[in-house]
Design a protein around this ligand. Structure first.
Ligand code: EPU
Length: 406
């Protein structure tokens, strides 16, 4: 898909179903490296990032068969412990194979992820965790070389909660000798789901979803079956699509258990949200209230919803302050929203968004996945035509541009 052209100003009405979570599917697919044999993962979204991780897993020797959203993985013939630059550079989450490869091969060679549009995103905490578990780590010529005959349980404190860092170390520790305790661990639902998947494979993990995760090492894991949870960011993005257009959208497969911060902030912004049995109805009357937001690790407001929320409050009655505390450079969408008439200035880690009566369609450029989504939302609400280029970022994480059924 090269560009998206949107004729704005149409109230969205109808039903939409939320897909499986990208950021849950990635580590769960990777976890198949840990057990010898055949596993199945259901409800896997059809995204480019998922294709990338499958390509990497195939490169490592996993045989993969796809049947719709069901992915069958056979890890009986692992043949490589190397994640090459070509694959890691297109998707940082490829670094998740580091822990599992170390467990299976006693060594791993994984390319260091390069630069990123939203921040420096180092992996020092992944490496620190592996070192604490007894691995020898060396970084040379752009690659991480890790080696450990047998990993040993340890207490590991993360300076800052890291989602993929917690997942990587959790996977490394499942078969370590003795007990590992991860402190200041990430509490995201995707971390919890990975622990559920690993426990189904025979691991002994407790406390996932809190900031202290305890892992008692087991001898080995066995393959298992797992179903991916609905994507909370996709759900939040559709809620804003309804809100920003003054629409009426019924959402199926809504992840009620882990949407509190998003639901509360959208209510504060004047969006009407009502549970109807197993579905969620989101309606709006075109008036958006100014609302301050601060991104934080879960259960705080997710950084992955910041750009979309900014589009919403760009047409609020009043000024909103959006503070980004997770990534240092996640305001690339601001200059594009300004091209559409938004009045936003950046002061340090905060964006000051002075609501304008309406946005105007314009030619804009996507810079990362969530920024792309924010431009689509702005385009839906804007007067006239919006043309978004570089939408390959969107293909990474949005299942398809879904048709909302009227
Ligand atoms: N950090 C470090 N050192 C590390 C690891 C992280 O300093 O070793 C810092 C980061 O620079 C950042 C903070 O810790 O400032 C949190 O980053 P985290 O490691 O949690 O991010 P991540 O695991 O690389 C995942 C998601 C991101 C999401 C963030 C935050 C996946 C595959 N990716 O990234 O999703 O924004 O958590 O919630 O789970 C997206 O889907 O568009 C996306 C970017």
């Amino acid at each position: 898909m090269d560009k998206i052209v949107i004729e704005g100003g149409i109230k969205l009405k109808g039903e939409v179903e939320i897909s499986g979570s990208k950021n849950s599917a990635l580590p769960v697919l990777v976890s198949s490296l840990l057990a010898d044999g055949k596993s199945v993962v259901h409800n896997v979204p059809g995204l480019r990032d998922i294709k990338t991780i499958k390509t990497l897993l195939k490169h490592l020797g996993i045989r993969i068969e796809d049947k719709g959203g069901d992915v069958y993985l056979d890890s009986s013939h692992l043949e490589s412990f190397e994640a090459p630059y070509e694959l890691v550079k297109t998707m940082r989450a490829s670094v998740l194979v580091l822990g599992p490869l170390l467990v299976r091969f006693g060594r791993a060679k994984v390319s260091l992820p390069g630069g990123c549009a939203i921040g420096a995103r180092p992996i020092n905490l992944h490496l620190m965790g592996l070192e604490m578990l007894g691995a020898d780590i060396c970084v040379d010529h752009g690659y991480v070389f890790a080696e450990a005959k047998k990993l040993k349980g340890a207490r590991i404190y993360f300076d800052t909660p890291t989602v993929t860092g917690t997942e990587n170390i959790m996977m490394a520790a499942v078969c370590a000798e003795g007990r590992s305790v991860l402190e200041n661990a990430a509490c995201e639902p995707e971390v919890v789901e990975l622990s559920v998947a690993l426990n189904r494979m025979g691991a002994n993990i407790n406390g996932a979803g809190t900031d202290t995760i305890t892992i008692d090492g087991v001898k080995e894991l066995h393959p298992a079956e797992h179903t991916i949870i609905p994507d909370r960011i996709e759900a939040g993005t559709y809620m804003i699509a309804a809100g920003i257009t003054g629409g009426d959208v019924l959402i199926k497969n809504f992840p009620f258990n882990y949407m509190d911060s998003i639901v509360m902030k959208l209510k504060e912004a004047g969006i009407f949200i009502k549970r109807e049995g197993g579905l969620l109805r989101v309606t709006a009357n075109g008036n958006v209230a100014h609302t301050n937001v601060k991104t934080l690790p879960y259960p705080g407001f997710p950084t992955d919803m910041q750009a979309q929320f900014m589009s919403l409050v760009s047409i609020a009655g009043g000024t909103s302050v959006i503070a980004e505390t997770v990534f240092e450079n996640r305001f690339m969408h601001v200059s594009e929203l300004r091209r559409m008439g938004a009045d936003i200035s950046i002061e340090g880690h905060s964006a000051i968004v002075r609501g304008v009566p309406f946005l105007s369609g314009a030619q804009v450029m996507a810079t990362d996945l969530r920024a792309s989504a924010s431009l689509v939302l702005a385009g839906l609400a804007a007067k006239g035509i919006t043309e978004i280029s570089r939408v390959y970022h969107l293909d990474r994480g949005c299942a398809k541009v879904k048709r909302i059924k009227a």
